[in-house]
Write a protein that binds this ligand. Structure first.
Ligand SMILES: [Zn+2]
Length: 229
């Protein structure tokens, strides 16, 4: 009889212990479906260049960077709006610059100013790179080391892109002194989705499969970052 009581007490103690463990895990790791909807968050998506400034130009297929940036950014906006309740704003949604005159520094600052005006939570810029050596290829996510959160956002997005088993070279994340990153007051990244100067990158970046995987990865990374904040 005594033995039974002792066993019962032990079992009760054990289940309370396990219960507490679950409770602790719950508190630490719980990201609810509601968190994932990112309600109340604002995201600025910046398709690089536009209007008079066309950005890089593809060697093989003549890809115009500003057009591809806009297409990719629009895809990301649509995906974010489908999967979350976040407010998603494009700095431009047509082939135009934000300012009427061509002044690169002022133009970039105007895009940063939109982040402040909209009280946005993060800034994500979309670009396609070019380099003198045609063998250089792959995807890089740039951030500024001025703010500690920016590297985390860059790492989450870069990882999420390659979690899609995307066919591209992983060039990793890079601390870069770009105006749009430096002058922002919120976590800001600039993604270079490939090199228009590299033949295979150019073919890839124009394919629907690549664009779908890039879009899904970027959105996964953004959700991951904002739902933990
Ligand atoms: Zn660019």
């Amino acid at each position: 009889m005594k033995k039974k009581i002792i066993i019962s007490i032990l079992l009760i103690a054990l289940s309370i212990g396990i219960g507490y463990q679950f409770l602790d895990l719950d508190i630490v790791d719980k990201v609810t479906a509601e968190d994932l909807r990112l309600k109340g968050k604002t995201i600025i998506l910046d398709p690089g260049h536009g209007g008079m400034d066309q950005g890089t130009k593809g060697k093989k297929q003549g890809t115009i960077e500003k057009d591809l940036n806009l297409k990719v950014a629009k895809n990301i906006k649509k995906e974010l709006e489908e999967r979350t309740d976040a407010k998603v704003i494009l700095t431009r949604d047509t082939d135009t610059s934000v300012l009427p005159q061509l002044d690169q520094k002022k133009e970039l600052q105007a895009r940063v100013d939109m982040v402040k005006k909209e009280s946005a939570d993060i800034y994500v810029s979309i670009h396609h790179d070019s380099y003198e050596d045609p063998n250089v290829e792959g995807i890089t996510t740039h951030y500024t080391a001025f703010r500690s959160d920016d590297k985390k956002l860059a790492q989450l997005v870069q990882k999420a892109i390659f979690d899609q088993k995307i066919d591209s070279r992983d060039r990793g994340v890079k601390d870069s002194d770009y105006l749009v990153l430096r002058e922002n007051k919120v976590p800001a990244i600039l993604i270079e989705l490939g090199f228009t100067s590299n033949e295979s990158d150019e073919v890839r970046m124009n394919s629907t499969e690549f664009q779908d995987k890039a879009k899904k990865g970027i959105v996964d990374g953004i959700i991951d970052f904002l739902s933990k904040k």
